[in-house]
Design a binder for this molecule. Structure first.
Ligand code: SAM
Length: 330
């Protein structure tokens, strides 16, 4: 079992399989895109399988595939199929923007994938275009339908970005009326590839988001959050689904953080806000044995920052956080 230096169990890996994306959500990357890593600098599928297998032996039980957009990388499905058969893996999930996902849903289900996080910030086609610079809302909604049709558990993730989409909060909450989805509103973080962002304080923090929902639904009830949940969850009487808020900028959930991240370029992050604390790709390519790799991984998890504020302070690069979330995986 992996336990960090603050006594937290680590059993969850978020693996970002590409830094490429077919949307240009302004809170994630500039319209012209980001400087992409040369393909040789991105972990190969074989390298990802090896590091996953090793981490599963060390105590990881759940793996989430993310990106960039996972479905833009060629051969994602055979990779998922191999991963899904690995010993020790209790849960395989994905985070996707839903543009290319619908046709793959039946096969995902056959592999044993039971839950998918779908990013969707608005139900309005014009605002979708304004946010993502691509007219793809209809394909995302088709993915939502297809996932539900196949009885997949769906979490809809919406970033709340002030005047850009605060009007979308209530229509997204309305989705939970007739659909069994968990709609979660995420505080905007500074991982936007360099765009300007709010100052020190976040205008649309989780408390304000909840206030807007409670104003409209005064009977909003707090429900029990899962053991390692990053969201505070609520239920509206009479609704099939639930709503949640993720204090991703306020960082209120670090005390129970159970996750590691591996970026497409093979950096291990023990916190979203650090700038990579172990270069796994170099170790793999230098020919490290499984034993040597395991030692490096456990040593790194034994030197984990207490929380996202400390991790941000310890960054080698002292500039404010600005890299694109597409290079991290969210
Ligand atoms: N392409 C996939 C998707 O859209 O879900 C996976 C990668 S995306 C980087 C993962 C998540 O990060 C998405 O839900 C996205 O909305 C979120 N995200 C990206 N930039 C963010 C930011 N600056 N603040 C908060 N969340 C962000």
């Amino acid at each position: 079992m992996l336990i960090d230096n603050h006594g937290r169990t680590i059993n969850y890996l978020r693996l970002a399989v590409t830094d490429r994306c077919n949307l240009r959500c302004f809170y994630c990357m500039p319209e012209e895109g980001i400087v992409l890593q040369p393909r040789t600098e991105i972990l190969t599928w074989e390298e990802m399988l090896r590091i996953s297998s090793l981490l599963l032996k060390l105590g990881i039980e759940k793996i989430r595939i993310t990106g960039g957009e996972p479905f833009v990388r060629k051969d994602l499905m055979p990779f998922l199929s191999s991963l899904s058969k690995m010993d020790g893996l209790r849960q395989l999930t994905l985070t996707t923007n839903g543009v290319l996902t619908a046709p793959h849903v039946p096969e995902l289900k056959k592999m044993g994938i039971r839950s998918v996080n779908l990013s969707l910030d608005t139900l309005d086609r014009n605002r979708f275009f304004a946010i993502a610079k691509r007219d793809e809302l209809l394909r995302v909604l088709e993915t939502l339908d297809t996932l539900l049709h196949h009885d997949m558990e769906v979490k809809v993730n919406a970033v709340v970005m002030g005047e850009k989409n605060s009007l979308d909060i209530l229509p997204l909450v309305e989705l939970t009326k007739n659909l069994p989805v968990n709609v979660r509103f995420i505080e905007e973080m500074p991982f936007n590839g360099g765009n300007e962002i709010h100052g020190e304080s976040l205008p649309w923090n989780y408390l304000k988001i909840i206030e807007v929902i409670r104003d409209r639904y005064p009977l909003l009830q707090k429900i029990q959050d899962g053991e390692y949940s990053t969201s505070y969850n609520y239920h509206i009487p009479g609704h099939l689904g639930s709503v949640g808020v993720i204090a991703a900028y306020s960082r209120t959930f670090c005390g129970t953080c159970n996750r590691l991240r591996i970026t497409p370029q093979g950096l291990l992050k023990t916190c979203l806000y650090d700038d990579g604390v172990l270069n796994v790709k170099n170790l793999l390519r230098e020919g490290y044995s499984d034993e040597q790799l395991a030692k490096a991984l456990t040593n790194t998890t034994n030197h984990r920052a207490k929380d996202g504020w400390e991790a941000e302070q310890l960054r080698n690069e002292k500039m404010p956080v600005h890299e694109s979330m597409a290079t991290i995986g969210g």
